[in-house]
Design a binder for this molecule. Structure first.
Ligand code: ZN
Ligand code: ZN
Ligand code: ZN
Length: 332
């Protein structure tokens, strides 16, 4: 199937997999690539759908005729796997090299570890090619905060990822970092060795010792670190670091606060029903607020057609305020 290496595909075809199975699959794939390289074959570019996975130790590459064998250039173009320095020449025929191949390996390692997402994919960001050229890597590393990480569970998956790999991805994909130039990129063997270290740490249980969620393919909270305080969210009952809790209500997490609650009000003007968010629901309880009467639409300020003063929309009749309306009646 096309999307096996994406979240939905993995959950459909390999529902029992844990992270270690994904890492083992990646090792199998990388071992195959190392084999190809020994025969002087380069992937050149890559189409993820050409990787068939039977199980974590058996994979096949299809469309092998598209590889670059000796000096016969690879014609496949998939912008996701084209290194930044080559993007402007994408329509030209060129020979892929060890340098471009190292980039392909890095992207492949990333999209295997963060199943189905690309290193430069960002939230609300239209043009991925610009992100690739500028090498704006959105994930947090050490003192660098995340910037535009795609919505959903990606930051949790990133958080649980093996430290060596996070470091290597950051150094490779972030502009100006140590391994970010074509000459300095890590090679396939490097990624293979890191993947093996990761697998061994997962298999021995060492990596999940302090946080069992690290064994999961799609954890839904951050990896626990030392010296960080964790709080259980009253809504989802998951533990999060303090900074991930709402600033006002330290017991509700940032994921839950804007979710729909069970409480609602019916607008007295337009009759529509509105549900409060979890945070609004708490605010109402804590501050003893009465349910709202007018919805935001009916409350928004509108100018009276006659006197030009601003009033909440629900106070106007046919665009006139009460005072003006009364005057008009008198004149009639
Ligand atoms: Zn929560
Ligand atoms: Zn209303
Ligand atoms: Zn008026």
């Amino acid at each position: 199937n096309q999307a096996v290496l994406k979240k939905a595909g993995l959950e459909q075809y390999f529902p029992d997999w844990e992270k270690v199975d994904l890492v083992q699959t990646s090792i199998t794939i990388f071992e195959e690539i190392v084999c190809l390289h020994k025969q002087n074959i380069l992937l050149g570019c890559l189409d993820l759908t050409s990787i068939r996975i039977v199980n974590s130790k058996t994979i096949f590459f299809t469309e092998t005729d598209k590889y670059q064998i000796d000096d016969f250039p690879c014609l496949l173009r998939n912008t996701q796997f084209i290194p930044p320095e080559r993007l402007d020449y994408i329509d030209k025929i060129f020979l892929f090299s060890e340098k471009t191949e190292n980039y392909v390996a890095a992207v492949l390692a990333f999209t295997l570890m963060m199943p189905g997402i690309m290193p430069y994919a960002q939230r609300n960001s239209g043009d991925m090619l610009i992100n690739i050229k500028r090498m704006q890597f959105p994930y947090a590393f050490r003192e660098n905060h995340s910037k535009g990480v795609p919505n959903g569970f990606w930051r949790f998956v990133w958080s649980h990822l093996y430290y060596d790999l996070k470091e290597a991805f950051y150094k490779t994909f972030q502009y100006g970092e140590e391994k970010s130039t074509p000459e300095s990129r890590y090679d396939t063997g490097f990624w293979l060795s890191k993947l093996k270290k990761y697998r061994d740490a997962l298999l021995s249980g060492e990596y999940c010792k302090n946080d069992s969620y690290s064994a999961m393919m799609f954890p839904d909270t951050f990896r626990k670190v030392k010296n960080e305080t964790y709080i259980t969210c009253v809504n989802c009952k998951k533990e999060y670091p303090v900074w991930f809790m709402d600033d006002e209500f330290g017991t509700i997490c940032k994921k839950c606060r804007s979710k729909k609650s069970e409480s609602f009000f019916d607008c007295v003007d337009c009759g529509r029903r509105f549900f409060y968010s979890i945070k609004e629901e708490i605010l109402h309880k804590v501050k003893n607020w009465k349910p709202q009467k007018h919805c935001d639409d009916c409350k928004k300020l509108v100018i009276c057609k006659n006197c030009g003063k601003e009033y909440p929309a629900y106070l106007l009749r046919d665009g006139y305020c009460k005072t003006c309306k009364r005057k008009m009646y008198k004149m009639m």
